[in-house]
Design a protein around this ligand. Sequence first.
Ligand code: SDX
Length: 393
Amino acid sequence: KAGLFTYDPGFSSTASCESKITYIDGDEGVLLYRGYPIEDLVAHGDFLETCYLLLYGELPTVRQKHDFDYRVTHHTMVHEQMARFYQGFRRDSHPMAVMVGSVGAMSAFYHDSTDIADPHQRTLASIRMIAKMPTIAAMAYKYTTGQPFVYPKNDLDYASNFLRMCFSVPFEEYKVDPVLSRAMDRILILHADNEQGASSSTVRLAGSSGANPFACIAAGVACLWGPAHGGANEAALKMLAEIGKPDRIPEFLARAKDPDDPFRLMGFGHRVYKSYDPRAKLMRDICREVLTATRSDDRLFDVALELEQAAARDDYFTEKKLFPNLDFYSGLTLRAMGFPPAMFTAVFALARTAGWIAQWTEMIADPSQKIGRPRQLYTGHTRRDYVDMKRRV
Ligand code: SDX
């Protein structure tokens, strides 16, 4: 059943579950949201259309899209006390630390969403989550920069609203650049879901106990933060900056191949995609567009392109099926849009909330779902007798 966790040794100790939401063919580099190729959704739709599709299983009609957009837009404000909640963080906190705390705090402000047996409450929790995450993420950014919070505006689309809440300042209104808004919207679609990534499994496991949905999403934010997962976009840009120029690439490829060197190519490799991550190709194109639109002379993009090509020519990486993943080009793109590296994973979390809440809803709506209980392979001591303190050496 959807959401049921079963232990399957074939998955080498990972929990597996059934879902109708996202399909990945890692060998062929295929990603489908409810059967629709990611390439089509990015080319023809917008992020809220993808949110609707992930949540309800079908592309919305004109009427359904209008109603959904209206409901999300009219839930983008957060409780004014949330603004005071942020004051408890140090100003130099990482935005993801602020996101973990503030998303978790939403379970206190919207506790009526805990009646998850009620489909209306589940829908309201989903709408609230998708609507408020841009505001929460923008507030985390503003708080850590010392700038005043910017309230959402209902006459802006989802991506434009987020950019404006991040970059508007009292002395200069943010001018929405349609190229950057469209790029941000497509970036959000690319990050919306990816089957049972570690953070999605975290949300499912937390949700399987019946916990408040906001608290479950906060658990997903915490898991996503790690550099092996959603934190890889920040780490990949740091790696590209350390490489600095194409002629240093061989040195770093050698380090990545050295079994005694913990260095890994950040933004490369994937547990499931054993061919090119279909999202990375789309991300590379968006990166090129944004660099052009912002007239960013980002020499690190050339380093990234050369690194990708050098690894593709190296048997070590092709035999281990290590190709760029979603995180390889996203950092370069978000930096060109004006985000500091510390905000890259917050943007990822904002987008992935759509997938997390769709997977949570799928699991909770299944009446037969049980609490998740992954098993273990015990490798410890067999039974042994207690030793009195006096006899221990
Ligand atoms: C995301 O699950 C998802 O869907 C995640 C995600 C999503 O949308 O939710 O796609 C988002 O998290 C993408 C991944 C971002 N992380 C990184 O880019 C960090 C760098 N990548 C690696 O840490 C690594 O590739 C992982 C964590 C992504 C996967 O690690 P695994 O499970 O060890 O990968 P693997 O089993 O495929 O590795 C095969 C081999 C191993 O060597 P051996 O043990 O066989 O000798 O390749 C090696 C790995 O050590 N390897 C790398 C490498 N990634 C794997 N060697 C050098 N550089 C790398 N990047």
